[in-house]
Design a protein around this ligand. Sequence first.
Ligand SMILES: Cc1cc2nc3c(=O)[nH]c(=O)nc-3n(C[C@H](O)[C@H](O)[C@H](O)COP(=O)(O)OP(=O)(O)OC[C@H]3O[C@@H](n4cnc5c(N)ncnc54)[C@H](O)[C@@H]3O)c2cc1C
Length: 561
Amino acid sequence: MKTVKLETDVLIIGGGAAGAYAGIRLGEESGRSVLVVDKGNIVRSGCMAAGVNALNAYINEGQTAEDYLNYVKREFKDVVREDLVYSMAKGLNKVTEKIESLGLPILKDESGNYIPRGKRSIKINGEYIKPILYNALRAKQNVRLLENTNVFDYILKQGKTIGAYAFSVKDDIFYVIEAGATICATGGASGIYRANNPGHSRHKMWYSPFNTGAGYAMGLRAGAEMTSLEMRFMALRCKDTIAPTGTIAQGVEVEHINSRGEVYVKGRCSTADRLKLTIEENKEGRGPCYLKTEGMDSETENQLYRAYLNMAPSQTLKWFEDGRGPSEANVEIEGTEPYITGGHSGAGYWVDGNRRTTLEGLYAAGDVAGGSPKKYVTGCFVEGELASRAATEYLDSKEGQRDSVDIEEAERVKSSLEKHLVHEDCPYSIEEVEESLQKVMDEYAGGISKNYSYSESRLKIALEKLERMESLIHGLKAKDNHELMFIQELKDRHIVAEALIHHMMARKESRWVPYQEHLDYRGESEYYGKHYVNSEYSDKIFRIKYRRIVGKDERYEHSDR
Ligand SMILES: Cc1cc2nc3c(=O)[nH]c(=O)nc-3n(C[C@H](O)[C@H](O)[C@H](O)COP(=O)(O)OP(=O)(O)OC[C@H]3O[C@@H](n4cnc5c(N)ncnc54)[C@H](O)[C@@H]3O)c2cc1C
């Protein structure tokens, strides 16, 4: 590969909700040079690739940022970073105004007020949210975009992050990016567990299949502290289409029934509880489970056809393909495989109030940042803004001086990457190793086949199997840089899976059933209710730290490091 060196004041890794918003704000508020690098095309990359149908985090009239914090604390049984959730909640409405000013259509009533969709959400026409962000980002004079480029490791100097290594997915180029400050915004991790669908359809999943945990993996390899990885997330979806179930369950308020026709959810119920109760029915042998839509009137049925055409067309197409709509057949539902994502749950980098990680010069925002669940799109924007401001202040404090990269070291990194690019046969394919990793996680670390629960003895087996898999991954061969990206994704998933298991072992209770259910320790424990499970990786060892809960008005600053 040809080596290309790039220099920038701020490097943003990932051009999704958090990264694009951070870039836009830096473009507006600082004269610093900014480089946004994304493995895909920013116009349609990440979780929002196909658009979103609501802004799920908004402080509606009658609600306050404190209410939002209390809601998140309730949902996650008090183990959240209150300072982070609160600072995020306080910024939600301002970023909403901003995205509207950039062109996002937000639905309004006759008096010009946003139309609520529940207590903390508003209705939008969000199909073009990503192109809107992309156009705003592209228009900034000091912002450069580098797409189809996979970032795979930070460049460190005496514990400080001074840039990152990347390679083009399309061309034969190895990038050495020297940066004054770096913002990681690579989203969460999918593909850690075996999915519901096999073969080519395995990437048909709820979370973005392109977010493969790169940010977590880079942080782990560099020694950054992580938090709450064991707080996994699974969605309850319509079987096979992975379409949302809330539109039927809450939108038209139907009951949930098991295979015997018995009702197990009636009336309003949180999504987490609907998932938990559905899993319980399956465990007791009363599955599969359904939303009881049979017999609904044609007006409601048409309403559902339209709603799903808007946000998950595969569901409407399935009804038409089957020749039976929801009024004639109940809708089967199931849980997805587990994901690691700090946007829905609290898994990710351990950051201070400014979203600074434990590595100097490195900030994290969005789904990759931990401690602050339920941020969704607007919460990711807020974090992008906070991180961009902190990165600017950091650069100001250094008077714009950048540490230079050791180019010989960079060439060594490139050579180790190129070992995968030799034209030799490998007895096993990238896909086969990926599938075995996902199978191990499914069977021994609480995947779908085990109804998401796990025990110490199973987790130990998972670790042993993952350890043996490492040499297989390092022996994989790629015929081009596109395949090299798949190998890198596998390396990233592998270390994230290991870190996850260590976190699962370390939380000796069952706090967030079904997201986290440890069969050796049923029920909640007082000690773990007051602590986060954190970890650091160095010399091939994961070290667990239990940190006490940080309150809403506390100023947390990594002062004990
Ligand atoms: C199916 C689905 C529906 C959702 N619906 C809603 C909704 O209706 N309303 C709402 O408010 N929220 C919704 N959310 C949540 C919201 O979309 C996410 O929380 C938010 O987009 C996360 O932003 P992010 O910047 O952290 O990650 P993303 O927006 O996913 O961006 C991550 C970016 O990093 C890039 N990247 C990853 N790895 C690398 C690498 N190694 N090198 C370079 N680039 C890399 C990716 O290509 C991507 O562009 C939904 C999420 C999902 C999955």
